[in-house]
Design a protein around this ligand. Structure first.
Ligand SMILES: Nc1ncnc2c1ncn2[C@@H]1O[C@H](COP(=O)(O)OP(=O)(O)OP(=O)(O)O)[C@@H](O)[C@H]1O
Ligand SMILES: O=P(O)(O)OC[C@H]1O[C@](O)(CO)[C@@H](O)[C@@H]1O
Ligand SMILES: [Mg+2]
Length: 483
C-alpha cells in the first residue's frame, strides 16, 4: 500500500498574516457548471434559523490563543449550507463506503448522511459500497434509504462492512464512473483519507463532476487538526468499565495488580483520557512516553512502592507503548500498518516474573484486554451528536460543489479541511504539554524520564511556544490540541 498524493493545497492569504487553507471546488477544473438555489430555503427546519446560509467568507482559526501582535494564522473554511448548490437533487447519485478498523459511530454517520441527503436536499439515490475500498470493484452494493438506515445507529460496527488493503485507484474510479456516481462519501482513518485523496486526484484528472468527501474516523484520536475524532469519547467511556473491573480485582486481592491494555497504536489519547477520567489508575503508559522496568526510577520500583502504600494498583497501557522494549516484529496488515506485539501480555508476564523472584512481594495480577469490546459498541450520546454534525457538514459541502475535503470540529466549529492537512502527520500526546503533566500529577507516577531525556524530548518537539499552549485549563475530552 502507499499511493502517493500530489495534492495541491489552495491557499488564500489576507491582511495581518491571515491564511486560508482552502478546499478544492468542482469549478476549479470544470467550467460553466450550472448552479441551483439551495432547496433548504424552503425547508421548515431552516426557516427559523436567523442566518441559515454560511457566509462565503466565514473561516475558522486553527489557533485560538493569541497575543495582541500575533499574526492571524491558519484558517479553515467554515462548514455549513451555501446559498447555491452545484447539483440538482434528482441528478445526485451518492455512495458511502467505510474502511479501516471499526469505531463506534460508523453506523450513525452512515444514517445521518442518508437522512441529510434525503431530508435536506431531496436526494434519494444513495448506494452503500460493501466491504471497504475493494467493495467498489469486487462486491455488491446496497441501496440505502432513510427507512433502511433508520435504526442502525443503535448497533455497533458498520452495516456496510469494512476492510484493510485493496485500494486500487483506477478500478475504484472506473467503478464510480461506470455506475454514474457523482458524490462519494468515504468514512475512515488516516489510511482511508490518503486513499480518498488519490481517488479525488484521479477524478479531477478525468474531469468528472464527482464530489469526494472524507469523514475522518479513528478511535485512537490520532488525526491532527480536528478537536477530536468521533468514537473517541465513547471509547474513553467504555474503557472505564475495564478499568473498573481491573480495580475491583486488584482491590480484592492481597497485593493485587490490574493491568488494562487500551487501543492506541501510535497515540496514547484513549489511555490518557481514560486514566484521567477513572482516578483508579496508578500508572498510565503510552507510546509517546518511554519507560523502563528495572532499576531506580523504573516501573518495578514504582509498583513495589504503590503496593506497600496501597496494597493494590492499576496499570493502563496503550497498545503501542514500550514496543521498543519487545522483540521487533516486521509483519504488516493488509494496509501496510505495522503489526504490534501484545504489550499487555508482555508487561503482565514481566511483572509476574519480577515479583516471583525470591525476597519480592507475592502479587496477584489480572490482565484485561477490552479492545474489541470497546470498538464494537454503538456510539454514546455525545459522539452521536458529533456524527450528525459531521454527516450534515459533508453533505452541505458536496452539494455546494466542494470536493477533495474532509470535515471536522476545529475549536468547536465544523470546518472543511483539505485532505493533506489530516494525513501528513499523526496527532500524538505531547508529553511536554500540560495535559500529560496533569495526568502525572493525578496518578503520581514517575515520568520515567531523566533530565537528559526531557531535554531531548523538548528539542524533538521544537521550542515551546506560548501560542500553542492553551492556558485555559481545558480538560474536556473534546480537545486533543496542545493544552
Ligand atoms: N497511502 C495510501 N494510499 C491509498 N490507499 C491507502 C493508503 N493507505 C491506506 N489505504 C487504504 O485505506 C484503507 C484503510 O486503511 P487502514 O487499514 O490503514 O485504516 P485507516 O483508514 O487508517 O483506519 P484505522 O487505522 O483507524 O483503522 C485500506 O483499504 C487501505 O488499502
Ligand atoms: O485488529 P485490527 O482490526 O487490525 O485493528 C487493530 C487496530 O485498529 C485500531 O483500533 C485503529 O482503528 C488500533 O487501535 C488497533 O491497533
Ligand atoms: Mg490508520
Amino acid at each position: 500500500m502507499g499511493s502517493q498524493s500530489d495534492y495541491q493545497m489552495k491557499v488564500v492569504t489576507g491582511e495581518y498574516g491571515y491564511v486560508l487553507q482552502d478546499v478544492p471546488h468542482l469549478t476549479d477544473y470544470i467550467a460553466d457548471l450550472p448552479t441551483y438555489p439551495n432547496p433548504l430555503r424552503s425547508n421548515p427546519a431552516y426557516s427559523v434559523v436567523k442566518q441559515y446560509f454560511v457566509d462565503m467568507d466565514d473561516s475558522v482559526p486553527q489557533k485560538i490563543v493569541v497575543h495582541k501582535d500575533t499574526p492571524r494564522g491558519i484558517h479553515f473554511r467554515r462548514a455549513g449550507p451555501r446559498q447555491k448548490v452545484y447539483f440538482a437533487s434528482e441528478e445526485v447519485h451518492a455512495c458511502i463506503v467505510t474502511c479501516g478498523g471499526l469505531c463506534p459511530g460508523l453506523n450513525t454517520v452512515i444514517r445521518e448522511i442518508v437522512h441529510s441527503l434525503d431530508y435536506m436536499y431531496g436526494v434519494d439515490k444513495v448506494l452503500g459500497i460493501e466491504g471497504g475500498y475493494r467493495g467498489f470493484y469486487s462486491k455488491n452494493t446496497i441501496t440505502l434509504t432513510p427507512k433502511v438506515v433508520n435504526d442502525i445507529h443503535k448497533r455497533g460496527g458498520t452495516i456496510l462492512g469494512t476492510s484493510r488493503g485493496g485500494h486500487d485507484t483506477m478500478k475504484i474510479v472506473d467503478s464510480i464512473q461506470d455506475r454514474g456516481i457523482n458524490q462519494v462519501y468515504i468514512i475512515g482513518g488516516d489510511g482511508t483519507q490518503k486513499g480518498a485523496a488519490v481517488i479525488y486526484e484521479e477524478i479531477r484528472k478525468r474531469g468528472l463532476k464527482v464530489a469526494v468527501a472524507g469523514i475522518p474516523k479513528t478511535i485512537d484520536n490520532d488525526i491532527p487538526v480536528i478537536d477530536r475524532s468521533f468514537g473517541f469519547d465513547t471509547a474513553v467511556e467504555e474503557a472505564q468499565r475495564a478499568i473498573n473491573a481491573a480495580h475491583v480485582e486488584a482491590e480484592s486481592a492481597e497485593n493485587g495488580i490490574g493491568v488494562v491494555k487500551l487501543m492506541g497504536r501510535y497515540s496514547g489519547f484513549i489511555a490518557m483520557y481514560a486514566t484521567l477520567a477513572s482516578r483508579d489508575v496508578d500508572c498510565c503508559l503510552i507510546p509517546e512516553s518511554p519507560f523502563y522496568l528495572e532499576g531506580q526510577g523504573g516501573l518495578f520500583e514504582y509498583i513495589e512502592k504503590r503496593l506497600k502504600e496501597n496494597g493494590h494498583m492499576v496499570i493502563v497501557i496503550a497498545e503501542g507503548a514500550g514496543q521498543e522494549l519487545l522483540a521487533a516484529n516486521h509483519e504488516q496488515d493488509a494496509s501496510g500498518n505495522k503489526l504490534l506485539q501484545d504489550v499487555g501480555l508482555w508487561i503482565s508476564q514481566s511483572i509476574k516474573e519480577h515479583f516471583s523472584k525470591q525476597g519480592k512481594i507475592p502479587i496477584t495480577l489480572k490482565y484485561i484486554d477490552p479492545t474489541y469490546m470497546i470498538r464494537a459498541i454503538p456510539s454514546n450520546a455525545s459522539d452521536n451528536v458529533y456524527c450528525t454534525l459531521l454527516a450534515q457538514s459533508v453533505v452541505h459541502g458536496a452539494m455546494a460543489g466542494y470536493t477533495g475535503f474532509t470535515s471536522g470540529l476545529v475549536n468547536g466549529r465544523q470546518t472543511f479541511i483539505p485532505f493533506n492537512r489530516i494525513t501528513e502527520v499523526q496527532n500524538k500526546v505531547v508529553i511536554t504539554d500540560r495535559m500529560w503533566a496533569r495526568l502525572l500529577s493525578s496518578t503520581n507516577q514517575p515520568s520515567f524520564l531523566g533530565a537528559k531525556e526531557i531535554d531531548e524530548v523538548k528539542k524533538e518537539e521544537g521550542p515551546p511556544t506560548q501560542l500553542l499552549d492553551d492556558s485555559t485549563g481545558n480538560t474536556d475530552t473534546s480537545t486533543n490540541k496542545r493544552t
